[in-house]
Design a protein around this ligand. Structure first.
Ligand code: ZN
Length: 188
């Protein structure tokens, strides 16, 4: 990741919370964030303007139907993320934020599928872009202020993960990698 990228992600996360009038340490609703970014969020059944056959083709192209998580579609300037609604809400939140992060960072995928009527499905980003999207989405869901608040309130990991709508794995990762635990003396 480029120098300064991580600091930029923290700043972006702070700025977005301000814009959405969410407290600096508060949880963000990825569905509200999508709305703010002008991105529609659909389940496969809600996709407007695509026949079930086409949806089927798009989703099948992205792997087996049960394991795909999220795909981003673009038609002209319109952008939509389709989430696999069979997954738990927390996973959908992670996947949605990850897809939004790719758009915020204006990533161009290595591969796109295009339907005859010009709807593009974005897929296969390179490794660096995936790492950047993961980092930005984890900062959006758990900015430093949120991590500090979690530790100061002495929340259990499970409790905090629930409050912020993230997995415990992501929370542990952020506590370790953001430097917050070191700052508070949880690790030496
Ligand atoms: Zn990705």
């Amino acid at each position: 990741m480029e120098r300064g990228f991580k600091a930029w992600c923290e700043r972006f996360s702070v700025a977005k919370r301000k814009e959405l009038q969410i407290p600096a340490s508060g949880p963000i609703d990825p569905w509200k964030l999508a709305e703010n970014q002008g991105v529609a969020v659909w389940t496969p059944n809600e996709v407007v303007g695509l026949s079930p056959e086409k949806i089927d083709i798009l989703l099948r192209n992205d792997g087996t139907p049960s394991c795909w998580s999220a795909v981003t579609l673009m038609a002209g300037t319109k952008i939509a993320v389709i989430l696999n609604s069979s997954h738990p809400r927390g996973r959908q939140a992670n996947d949605l934020t990850h897809e939004l992060a790719h758009r915020v960072l204006d990533h161009t995928p290595q591969e796109m599928n295009v339907t005859p009527d010009g709807i593009m499905m974005l897929k296969s980003y390179d490794k660096t872009q995936e790492e950047e999207a993961d980092w930005l989405s984890s900062c959006l869901l758990l900015p430093r202020d949120a991590l500090l608040s979690i530790r100061r309130r002495r929340l259990e990991l499970a409790e905090a993960a629930k409050e912020y709508g993230v997995s415990q794995k992501m929370l542990s990762y952020r506590l370790a990698r953001s430097g917050v635990d070191r700052q508070l003396g949880f690790v030496r």
